[in-house]
Design a protein around this ligand. Structure first.
Ligand SMILES: NC(=O)c1ccc[n+]([C@@H]2O[C@H](COP(=O)([O-])OP(=O)(O)OC[C@H]3O[C@@H](n4cnc5c(N)ncnc54)[C@H](OP(=O)(O)O)[C@@H]3O)[C@@H](O)[C@H]2O)c1
Length: 277
């Protein structure tokens, strides 16, 4: 049996997904790491560290009982009400056990504010159902003892295997239009930088709210055009310009109070370079 230097047992909820699976691969060699998947696939069924879990049908407590995690990383998608109940059960587990939660939240918790980028301590306010849902879970978690929770707010996460990049490539192949949002100013990151940041948060026993976006901001339309240039030599690319407002809108999460070390920061140019790796 493999010897692990750390005392941690890690459970990744949503370990079959884009981000969850990247985190699983990053942590696997260092910690006793378990994961969940929803859709049966041989690769997960054959892996005895993986458990099938559907947030709408199963009780998360069963997975917690079977894996006894000291760190839970929540990378789930799924029906919002069911996810809220699951996170309530997780919160109860945290209080009763020596366990901490890392919750993947989103820049959308600020999507009702448009005039400025957002920092960790800014008040959340959302105009979207998704943003509302993330705020509800965040608020529930912020009532727990503070060392029990790390909330990581993410901007758009890109990477060579990211669903967004695959979608872009599909559009290029099918010669269909790529949606770009000229009014949106955002930051971005990659799955590979994010996994290093999560690893650091675990190793250093960090807690609180983290804004894990690139240090600089980009316009959505310019940036998507840069991505397209990076991944294809085609000249004729179709774009559909989507204007949600007349003025520029920020959807950006910048760190100010809870910064990670310099080597864990990323710029939008580095994100771009990462896409062809
Ligand atoms: N990707 C981004 O740009 C981004 C940005 C901000 C925040 N986030 C947050 O990061 C987290 C992970 O996002 P992602 O992009 O990695 O998503 P993803 O690729 O769609 O993965 C979602 C994971 O959740 C599982 N899942 C979906 N429905 C489920 C259900 N009903 N019951 C149980 N498990 C279910 C999936 O399992 P199956 O694969 O088996 O279906 C998969 O493991 C989410 O909480 C998301 O809000 C992502």
């Amino acid at each position: 049996m493999k010897e692990y230097s750390s005392k941690h047992r890690i459970l990744i909820l949503g370990a079959s997904g884009f981000i969850g699976n990247a985190i699983y691969k990053e942590l696997l060699g260092y910690f006793r790491t378990f994961g969940t998947y929803r859709i049966p696939k041989k690769i997960f069924e054959d892996n005895h560290q993986f458990f099938q879990y559907n947030v709408e049908e199963d009780d998360v407590y069963e997975v917690l009982k079977a894996t006894k995690p000291t760190i839970i990383i929540s990378c789930l998608r799924g029906e919002f009400r069911a996810q809220t109940i699951a996170h309530q059960h997780i919160a109860e587990y945290l209080v009763e056990h020596n366990c901490k939660l890392i919750f993947l939240s989103s820049a959308n918790v600020f999507d009702a504010y448009s005039k400025y980028p957002s920092y960790e301590l800014d008040k959340t306010l959302s105009g979207s159902i998704y943003g509302h849902f993330k705020i509800k879970i965040e608020n529930m978690l912020l009532r727990l003892p503070k060392k029990k929770v790390a909330i990581v707010r993410l901007p758009m996460v890109l990477g060579s295997q990211s669903p967004r990049l695959k979608e872009l490539k599909q559009h290029l192949q099918n010669k269909t239009a790529i949606e770009i949002f000229p009014n949106i100013i955002m930051n971005v990151t990659t799955d590979s930088k994010l996994t290093q940041q999560i690893h650091y948060i675990i190793n250093q026993d960090k807690y609180g709210i983290f804004h894990l976006g690139s240090t600089d901001l980009v316009h959505h339309d310019d940036y998507f055009k840069d991505i397209v240039e990076q991944i294809t030599s085609k000249n004729e690319v179709l774009y559909k310009h989507v204007y949600t407002t007349n003025e520029d809108r920020y959807l950006a999460v910048l760190p100010k109070f809870n910064k990670l070390p310099k080597h864990l920061e990323i710029t939008s140019t580095e994100v771009l370079e990462d896409l062809t790796k």
